[in-house]
Design a protein around this ligand. Structure first.
Ligand code: ATP
Ligand code: MG
Length: 342
């Protein structure tokens, strides 16, 4: 079966990039696939998190999933730390992946900053846990933003090396053609890399110290409009053709956001707004963003008022996730040669 897995970290400030690059597409995938969506709290602590804020951020990401239209009954919504198999498989993958592979990961370089010696071991090993998140369900498709492409390639390398290193044992345990699928990244659409509103060369991110750099999922209509009005642009009018966006990262970003929110192509958006002033386009973009985001924000607020309900959704989702992961992890143990109670 084709199975979708993806995750979002509860690290605060959920933003428009997370929505367009990930959550909006999670919602679409439900029509065609069995989907497992995870609040990856174990990834979050690769950088220190205040415990109270972490718990509330876990609920907030869950609320965003539900408010955006993810159905926790038809699919699975849960938080990573409730399913121990993720961490168990990650250990095996730590022993499959090579130091050299992880040394090439650009996210580690960015997040560790200058003092690599002071970074947590978890931050370095992040991609092996991510590979385990996906493969502990033998998931085949992973919708993510462009920034996760390198980690997905690593997950494929880990799956292939496991299949190869344990090939004989995999066959002896009755699995033909390898044990893990090579998971495919789904990086599609107009806004796979939403950029900062203040700097067209940086991705919109939860951790940017400038709140003006991003549209938060919890921003109200006035804040959204003000941030878009203040978004950096260049002095030229909008081009009429896509070619004209080359070398204009800020314009490209705003047009791409419009296209992704409207479900239209960049060419269609430029056909309407090309030649016009940014001010006109920005007003239309603000209206569209508010129309799309505000109902989700309102529903998130409503859900956040009942943390008990959110916790119950996560507990039930975790039970259903574990039911899939446990037999897969048991097979991994048999394949590796561990002894387990039968
Ligand atoms: P952090 O800074 O804590 O890593 P983040 O904004 O990168 O936060 P993640 O939880 O790491 O958020 O990623 C969740 C999903 O959102 C991933 O699929 C990621 O690719 C996607 N994503 C993150 N930032 C963007 C962006 N600017 N544009 C499009 N997709 C994004
Ligand atoms: Mg990230």
């Amino acid at each position: 079966v084709e199975r979708v897995f993806s995750g979002v970290q509860p690290t605060g400030n959920l933003h428009l990039g997370n929505y367009l690059g990930a959550i909006q597409r999670f919602v679409e995938m439900q029509k065609s696939h069995q989907c497992i969506y995870c609040v990856v709290d174990q990834h979050a602590i690769t950088l220190w998190q205040d415990p109270k804020s972490l718990a509330s951020a876990i609920r907030e990401v869950t609320a965003a999933f539900l408010a955006a239209g993810i159905d926790p009954k038809a699919h699975i919504v849960f938080n990573q730390s409730q399913v121990a198999e993720h961490a168990e498989l990650a250990w095996v993958f730590n022993c499959v992946a090579r130091m050299g592979w992880l040394n090439r990961m650009t996210q580690f370089k960015e997040k560790a900053g200058k003092d690599k010696e002071a970074a947590s071991v978890g931050l370095f090993a992040y991609p092996t846990l991510m590979a385990a998140d996906i493969l502990v369900y033998r998931a085949t498709h992973v919708p993510v933003g462009e920034d996760q492409k390198q980690h997905l390639e690593l997950a494929r390398d880990i799956a292939a090396k496991f299949n190869n290193d344990f090939g004989d044992s995999i066959a002896a345990n009755g699995f033909n053609g390898g044990f893990f699928p090579l998971p495919e990244p789904l990086i599609q659409g107009a806004a796979t890399r939403v950029m900062s509103l203040r700097d067209g060369s940086k991705k919109m991110s939860k951790s940017d110290p400038s709140d003006l750099s991003r549209i938060n999922m919890t921003d109200d209509a006035d804040t959204i409009a003000a941030k878009i009005r203040k978004a950096r642009t260049d002095p030229e009018p909008l081009p009429s053709e896509e070619e004209g966006l080359k070398g204009r990262p800020e314009a490209d970003n705003l047009v791409s956001i419009f296209a992704a929110l409207a479900g239209r192509t960049v060419a269609e958006v430029l056909a309407e707004f090309g030649g016009g002033q940014f001010s006109t386009f920005k007003t239309a973009l603000a209206d569209l963003t508010v129309a799309k985001i505000s109902p989700i924000t309102a529903e998130m607020k409503r859900l956040m008022a009942d943390p008990g309900h959110i916790d119950a959704v996560l507990a039930e989702g975790s039970d259903r996730a574990r039911a899939i992961a446990a037999p897969i992890m048991a097979s991994v143990k048999d394949i590796v040669g561990f002894i387990r109670a039968k």
